[in-house]
Design a protein around this ligand. Structure first.
Ligand code: ZN
Ligand code: ZN
Length: 170
């Protein structure tokens, strides 16, 4: 995700377009591996203000995950956009929010993954209508109702029935 910015360094204030597409290496997020599927995409502009670069980007990536309800493996596609600033590494201070660059190249990878993880949802579902797994027997309820639910309803009804019967007897 390296962009050559030699032209822009000489033409302050002028925005330049860039586009990148390629394989994304496996990352670790919150202690878990994140495996990407297909290619990641990045498109946007960069502009030099005489001191820092401003990068505006639209990005896209797909990664492997599992449905939070039914546990089925699935691919989640994420589209996100970000604006980040880059400063020559010798001017970078520990508490600024700038990304460092050297020479006449910006490496957008760190900014890409930082923003991707910000956008990553805590839970993903294979479908909004996914019924998930039965909490009792673990059956996939998308494939049909198991017997647990029925017997729970039966139990509820018989409890109600005996309540009504008790009432009658009083
Ligand atoms: Zn599911
Ligand atoms: Zn069940």
């Amino acid at each position: 995700m390296i962009v050559s910015v030699n032209e822009a360094l000489r033409r302050v204030g002028e925005p330049f377009p860039f586009a990148w597409e390629g394989k994304l290496e496996q990352q670790t997020y919150a202690g878990d591996p994140v495996r990407f599927v297909g290619t990641g995409k990045l498109i946007g502009t960069y502009v030099y203000d005489g001191k820092t670069f401003r990068v505006d980007a639209e990005a896209e990536a797909s990664y492997e995950t599992t449905c939070a309800r039914c546990n089925k493996p699935m691919v989640q596609k994420l589209s996100f956009s970000f604006t980040e600033h880059f400063v020559r590494s010798v001017y970078k201070t520990p508490d600024d929010e700038l990304y460092p660059y050297e020479g006449e190249k910006l490496d957008l990878q760190e900014a890409f993954f930082d923003n991707l993880f910000l956008e990553m949802p805590m839970t993903t579902v294979c479908s909004e209508t996914c019924k998930g797994l039965c909490p009792i027997c673990g059956a996939d309820l998308n494939r049909g109702q198991c017997d647990c639910q029925k017997s729970k309803i039966d139990a509820r009804f018989s409890a109600l029935e005996s309540l009504l019967n008790d009432h009658k007897e009083v």
